[in-house]
Design a binder for this molecule. Structure first.
Ligand SMILES: NC(=O)c1ccc[n+]([C@@H]2O[C@H](COP(=O)([O-])OP(=O)(O)OC[C@H]3O[C@@H](n4cnc5c(N)ncnc54)[C@H](O)[C@@H]3O)[C@@H](O)[C@H]2O)c1
Length: 300
């Protein structure tokens, strides 16, 4: 398994490091517009190899990514705490279209894993310009928002986050939809928990919506939770586990890339699974999809 990173900034480097700790690849290639950055991050990971799973850790340019099984796109300009992710659209669209086309030339059989924001628009763009089938262009989507949702619910109710089934769907952005009606803990409805109160869920949903901005304001960027979330997706692909993750893929029903619970395995993503929703949640998802479509319409 060869995993290459286009962009070795804060997130790219952290995902590569986490992937190396999990032993997800035999070969990891780091690239960046600033080649010294890629080289520095690769050497830093390499120098810990005496105590981590063995892999070839390399740096280079796009040619060195040739024959990759997975290409992770983390290049681009991140947002500031008070900026919406969509502000990055004009900054990142041209850059990402060029990088995706070039990467696929060298790795025509790859799975593209998009992390650059605005995530949904960049996933749609990558699908359009790559020529790859929809199942091979996967955005991190609301996997990170879902991780935050489960983590905050776990903290609120004093339970293990891994026991919680709860999803955030829709846009990885302001109109994300934390699904409240279907939250279960190992199959038991959340409403059965001692101490359950609906106001607490509302507070958690509000916290999830502002979670990213809060971390960016405090430390300049989100790094560890994105790395854990990205590696959950990479692991599902590498281990062909058919795990259900709310990744972002082009959805023919909606006509745009959007995040919904989806099976993820060695073939990539799909099929998308039907999650029961209340009328209110369905309406919020429709609004979120409309928002993504409006942004996609702004693509040059
Ligand atoms: N989808 C998510 O859940 C999620 C989470 C966190 C961050 N992000 C996004 O990931 C992206 C990266 O964030 P970051 O914090 O690592 O930013 P960063 O500024 O630390 O890293 C970006 C890197 O991209 C590189 N780069 C720029 N142009 C390039 C090019 N043409 N070729 C190769 N490399 C190039 C830069 O040199 C830099 O090292 C941003 O768009 C950010 O918003 C997404």
């Amino acid at each position: 398994m060869k995993i290459s990173f286009i962009g070795s900034g804060k997130v790219g480097a952290a995902v590569a490091y986490t992937a190396s700790l999990k032993g997800l690849a035999q070969e990891i290639v780091l690239t960046d517009a600033f080649s010294d950055k890629a080289r520095g991050e690769a050497l830093d990971i390499l120098q810990g190899q005496a105590f981590t799973p063995q892999a070839q850790i390399k740096y280079g340019d796009i040619k060195d990514t040739a024959g990759s099984d997975i290409i992770v796109i983390t290049a681009g300009i991140p947002r500031k705490a008070d900026e919406p992710r969509v502000l990055l659209l004009s900054r990142n669209a041209g850059l990402i279209a060029g990088l995706v086309k070039e990467a696929v030339l060298y790795s025509p059989d790859c799975i593209l894993f998009m992390i650059t924001n605005p995530l949904d628009v960049m996933t749609q763009l990558a699908y359009q310009v790559s020529g790859l089938s929809a199942n091979r262009v996967i955005g991190m989507g609301t996997v990170l928002d879902t991780a935050r949702y489960r983590s905050y619910l776990a903290e609120q109710f004093g339970i293990d986050a891994r026991d919680i089934d709860a999803y955030v769907v829709g846009e990885h952005g302001e109109t994300m939809v934390p699904l409240v009606s279907q939250i279960t803990i190992k199959g038991i409805p959340l409403t059965e928990l001692p101490g359950y109160e609906s106001a607490a869920i509302d507070r958690v949903c509000d916290e999830v919506r502002i979670a990213s901005g809060q971390v960016i304001a405090l430390k300049g960027g989100t790094v560890f939770a994105p790395a854990a979330s990205a590696c959950a997706v990479l692991e599902a692909i590498v281990k062909d586990s058919n795990q259900i993750l709310p990744v972002c893929t082009y959805n023919s029903e909606y006509g745009v890339a959007v995040s919904l619970p989806t099976l993820v395995g060695r073939h990539g993503a799909g099929p998308v699974l039907n999650v029961p929703m209340t009328d209110c949640e369905k309406a919020a998802l429709e609004k979120s999809v409309a928002n993504i479509k409006a942004y996609v319409a702004e693509l040059p």
